[in-house]
Design a protein around this ligand. Structure first.
Ligand SMILES: Nc1ncnc2c1ncn2[C@@H]1O[C@H](COP(=O)(O)OP(=O)(O)OP(=O)(O)O)[C@@H](O)[C@H]1O
Ligand SMILES: [Mg+2]
Length: 205
């Protein structure tokens, strides 16, 4: 648990709530949490889902790895403690988006099950949709979209997930998509179908 440092703070209730904002947006605020190895396809898939949702008139926002580390989390590295704090802050930001009625998508390796479960715990039931972007390490390594695996194998990057740091696959994700056997379009359709089935977005007439 992160220590609460400030005292004498009170929660100020707003006049306009999540439900009011959701009515305006014709969607439910939620967090689609993509997790998987580097190169598994989290960013590609999140951005494609975002395009599809946008076309359908939905308000979305993607929180992605490097972008967040450039700003909010620029003081964090890749040690287990810093990875935990990285995910904790992202979970809190995603929760704010969810409260704003937005469909927030996070595209972080988020290798530790406990950290993802903590992010889930912040949200009401049904608002956290964990998507396991599953792809064999060999395939991710062959893709090596950022050249990071090569550097990790050469010892230039320490604590690289899948090579020198662990990845804990989700035990009960809402959805698993295998990006080695499914096309990007198929993966995208599965995520959209899940959102419809969960009642987070209306089914197209
Ligand atoms: N079904 C698929 N879904 C998503 N990406 C796919 C799929 N099939 C192949 N790819 C390819 O796999 C690569 C995935 O790279 P991407 O940057 O999205 O991974 P990532 O999980 O975000 O990695 P990182 O954690 O390093 O940011 C891209 O080159 C993409 O075109
Ligand atoms: Mg990415």
């Amino acid at each position: 648990m992160t220590e609460q440092k400030a005292t004498n703070i009170t929660w100020h209730e707003a006049n306009v709530g999540q439900e009011d904002r959701e009515k305006l947006l014709n969607q439910k605020g939620c967090v689609i949490w993509f997790t998987g190895l580097s190169g598994s396809g989290k960013s590609t898939l999140a951005l494609e889902v975002e395009s599809k949702l946008h076309q359908r008139g939905h308000l979305t926002y993607v929180l992605d790895g490097d972008n967040v580390r450039h700003g909010l989390n620029k003081n964090l590295g890749f040690s287990p403690e810093d990875r935990e704090e990285n995910i904790r802050r992202i979970g809190e930001v995603a929760k704010l988006f969810n409260d704003a009625g937005v469909i927030a998508m996070t595209a972080f390796i988020s290798p530790y099950r406990a950290d993802r479960d903590n992010a889930r715990e912040l949200l009401d039931e049904g608002r956290f949709v964990e998507v396991f972007v599953d792809c064999p390490l060999e395939v991710c390594e062959a893709r090596d979209t950022k050249g990071l695996y090569q550097k990790a194998r050469a010892g230039e990057i320490k604590e690289f997930t899948g090579i020198s740091a662990p990845y804990e696959a989700p035990s009960q994700p809402e959805l698993t998509v295998n990006t080695d056997s499914l096309t990007l379009n198929e993966c995208t359709e599965r995520v959209i179908a899940l959102l419809e089935n969960e009642g987070l977005i209306p089914v197209l007439q």
